[in-house]
Design a protein around this ligand. Structure first.
Ligand SMILES: [Zn+2]
Length: 292
C-alpha cells in the first residue's frame, strides 16, 4: 500500500486521485476575471500591489483502475526559468512536484503517462528538467511516460500564432517530441482504464479536460476550462481564454452534469479549494469537501 494519507486524495470508484503541489504564481486579477468587476472578484481573490492574484498549481496523480499511474499537468518548471520570469509571475516552488510525488510514495519512473490539458508553460513546464546549474540538455523527468497531448494543440504550440505565442515555450516539451515520447490524440480517448481525455476547446482551440469514470462514480480535472472554484459560473471566463463563448457553453453544459452527478472536481489553479464536489449555492456554486 502506498503511503497515501499525507497527500490530499479522493476515490472515484476503483480510481484514486492524489493532489500534488507544484507551487504558486500570480497573474493579473482583471485578466483572470475578464468582465467581472474587481469589487466582486477581489472578495474571493485578494490582489497584491500589482493587481495580481495568487494561483496554485496542483498536478493530479491518478491510480487508474488497472493500478497504472497517470500524472495530469506538471507545473511551471520553476527551476529552469530566468529571474525576470520568476519576478514577473512571482513564481514560488512550494513543496515541488517531485517532492510531493515522493510523499505519495510514487517514483517518477512509475508514471506511465503525463497528460496536459494544453501546452501553456504553467501546465507543461514541469515535464523536463536541465541538469543542475546548466541550461541543457533537457531531460524527461518521467522517463517511462508518454506525454498525452491533442494533435491540434501540439500544432498550435509549435506554430506560434501571433495572439497565443506568449503562452507557449517550445523548450518546455521539444526534447520529448525529439525523443518520440509524445502520445498524440485526436479528440476524446481513453488513456488508461477509467481515465479519458475529452476535447473541450475554449481556453485554447484544442484544450482538453480529463474525465474519470469507475464503479458508477465520476470525476473531472477541469484544466483551464475552470481554473479555480471562483470560475465555476459559466460567464466567469478569463481574458486569457482564446474562445470565451466556447468556454461559456461548455461550462454551462458540464457544470450542470457535475452538480447532478456529484462528480469529484479538481481545479488546478485554485490555491484554497482545489479538490471537492461542486454544489449549488443560490445563484452561485460552492465546493464541498470529499471524504477519501
Ligand atoms: Zn493555466
Amino acid at each position: 500500500m502506498k503511503a497515501e494519507l499525507t497527500v490530499p486524495h479522493a476515490r472515484i470508484g476503483g480510481i484514486e486521485v492524489f493532489l500534488l503541489d507544484a507551487g504558486t504564481f500570480r497573474l493579473d486579477g482583471g485578466a483572470m476575471f475578464r468582465v467581472v468587476p474587481k469589487v466582486i472578484w477581489e472578495k474571493r481573490c485578494p490582489a497584491d500591489s500589482q493587481n495580481r492574484i495568487l494561483l496554485g498549481m496542483r498536478p493530479l496523480l491518478v491510480r487508474a483502475e488497472d493500478g497504472s499511474w497517470v500524472l495530469v499537468e506538471s507545473g511551471i518548471g520553476a527551476r529552469r526559468r530566468d529571474p525576470k520570469f520568476i519576478e514577473m509571475f512571482d513564481v514560488r516552488e512550494g513543496e515541488g512536484l517531485l517532492a510531493s510525488l515522493a510523499r505519495a510514495d510514487v517514483k517518477p519512473e512509475e508514471i506511465s503517462k503525463v497528460v496536459v490539458t494544453h501546452m501553456h508553460f504553467d501546465h507543461v513546464g514541469g515535464v523536463v528538467e536541465a541538469p543542475e546549474g546548466t541550461k541543457g540538455p533537457r531531460l524527461h523527468r518521467f522517463p517511462n511516460a508518454k506525454l498525452v497531448v491533442q494533435r491540434g494543440e501540439l500544432e498550435d504550440s509549435g506554430a506560434g500564432c501571433d495572439l497565443c505565442k506568449a503562452s507557449y515555450v517550445q523548450d518546455d516539451w521539444k526534447a520529448l517530441a525529439d525523443a518520440g515520447s509524445l502520445e498524440v490524440v485526436d479528440g476524446d480517448r481513453e488513456i488508461a482504464p477509467g481515465v479519458r481525455v475529452e476535447k473541450t476547446g475554449g481556453h485554447t482551440r484544442h484544450h482538453q479536460i480529463v474525465r474519470f469514470s469507475s464503479g458508477g462514480e465520476e470525476g473531472v480535472f477541469w484544466g483551464d476550462l475552470i481554473p479555480t472554484s471562483a470560475h465555476i459560473r459559466p460567464h466567469y471566463v478569463m481574458a486569457y481564454d482564446l474562445y470565451p463563448i466556447e468556454c461559456w457553453e461548455k461550462k454551462k453544459e458540464l457544470v450542470e452534469r457535475a452538480v447532478s452527478g456529484k462528480w469529484v472536481s479538481v481545479f488546478y489553479h485554485d490555491p484554497v479549494s482545489p479538490l471537492g464536489r461542486v454544489a449549488r449555492d443560490g445563484r452561485d456554486f460552492k465546493v464541498e469537501e470529499v471524504s477519501p
